[in-house]
Design a protein. Structure first.
Length: 118
């Protein structure tokens, strides 16, 4: 069993920054890749960024490349999503997920709301 708890969302003006955190717990947490998704009202869920506990490589969606940075602190079992140059199109519920090596999501966090005002 893996538990994921997000934090760091909020209201920010366009051009601003936020840092989201995803704290993972559970004995098998380190086996998973942590993925950040977002979903805006009326839109499909979008994979934003991923990072593996055991590796250094990260993936970014084209829509956030160059603005968002995913990182991890293995000692704290926490994955961060630094979001810079935010724009209203980034407004969404952001959730982190624990995915297997096959890309299957086994666990979800509860999500944290990010709202960017123009």
């Amino acid at each position: 069993q893996v538990q994921l708890v997000e934090s760091g969302g909020g209201l920010v003006q366009a051009g601003g920054s936020l840092r989201l955190s995803c704290a993972a717990s559970g004995r098998s947490a380190s086996r998973y890749t942590i993925e950040w998704f977002r979903q805006a009202p009326g839109k499909e869920r979008e994979l934003v960024a991923t990072i593996a506990w055991s590796g250094v490589h990260a993936y970014y969606a084209d829509s956030v490349k160059g603005r968002f940075t995913i990182s991890k602190d293995n000692a704290k079992n926490t994955v961060y999503l630094q979001m810079n140059s935010l724009n209203p199109e980034d407004t969404a519920l952001y959730s982190c997920a624990a995915a297997t090596q096959y890309g299957t999501v086994d666990y979800w966090g509860q999500g944290t709301q990010v709202t960017v005002s123009s």
